[in-house]
Design a protein around this ligand. Structure first.
Ligand code: IPE
Ligand code: IPE
Ligand code: MG
Length: 255
């Protein structure tokens, strides 16, 4: 079977806490192990020919977690960036960060900015970290920015359409790649938790029991295999359509 490689994969990296607790460790140990998975998944996605990979690292709702847990997450993010920036550069990976980055501590913002800048001319895998990201916030912010442009006379309210709205989203720089093809969530949860709701409107979803700290290149390949078997119809009738629509005339059935 020839594989149909999704252009854009989005992953909700979930299950770190449960992974650790099941092993008798504190939740944050799961984040330590989870952050160590990112490197190999970026590499595997790149090697498969995936063009864009978006990883959900921290949601707007995750601010409700204890400060001690949040602190560990920021330290791990900094550590990852410091350790892996060279590797990402060698792999020609471009990095973007989406979300309310301005809410992060200055030192976290600074390192994010410096790595994003360093990789900004790379043309390989388009990697996006969603950090303090929420889709609803992204859409509300887009509405606000559009309203401001209307006030300034740059647009009129009737200009608004889907293509224009996309220009106000955090993912706008991805252009045609912003649309998610394959949406993966680990840890057996079957929900989107406010991740790329607009961009994943027609994504194929694959929910995996494995928790993120155990997710490896084989799991990614299996998810892509599953994706390859799916038929994306985008509201049409797909490949089963012509036989069934032409063999029986709709008019006859309605008489
Ligand atoms: C995902 O793992 C990582 C973040 C949300 C930052 P969790 O921390 O949500 O782990 P579980 O879902 O509680 O097991
Ligand atoms: C979603 O996971 C956010 C990230 C993985 C970063 P959560 O664990 O926060 O989601 P819920 O609370 O189970 O929906
Ligand atoms: Mg979770």
């Amino acid at each position: 079977m020839s594989l149909n490689i999704p252009k854009h994969i989005a992953i909700v990296m979930d299950g770190n806490g449960r992974w650790a607790q099941r092993r008798g460790h504190p939740r944050v140990f799961g984040h330590v192990r989870g952050s160590a998975r990112v490197r190999s998944i970026v590499k595997a996605a790149d090697q498969m020919g995936v063009r864009a990979l978006s990883l959900y690292a921290f949601s707007t709702e995750n601010w409700s977690r204890p400060e001690s847990e949040r602190r560990v997450l920021w330290r791990l993010l900094k550590k990852y960036l410091m350790r892996d920036a060279d590797d990402l550069h060698r792999q020609n990976v471009r990095l973007r960060v989406i979300g309310e980055v301005e809410r992060l501590d200055a030192d976290v913002q600074a390192i994010l900015r410096s790595v994003v800048e360093r990789l900004q001319n790379n043309s390989g895998l388009q990697l996006t970290f969603a950090v303090t990201y929420g889709s609803r916030l992204e859409l509300a912010r887009a509405a606000q920015l559009f309203a401001l442009d209307c006030e300034r006379g740059i647009h009129r309210p009737r200009d608004m359409n889907e293509a224009l709205l996309e220009k106000y989203l955090w993912t706008s720089e991805l252009g045609d790649l912003a649309e998610v093809d394959l949406f993966i969530r680990t840890s057996g949860e079957h929900r989107m938790s406010n991740f790329l709701l607009w961009q994943a409107a027609y994504a194929e979803c694959v929910f995996i029991e494995t928790c993120w700290p155990d997710f490896d290149a084989k799991d990614l390949a299996r998810a892509v295999e599953e994706y390859s078997k799916r038929e994306r119809r985008f509201g049409g009738v797909g490949s089963a359509g012509p036989e069934f629509t032409s063999a029986v005339s709709g008019d006859m059935l309605l008489k």
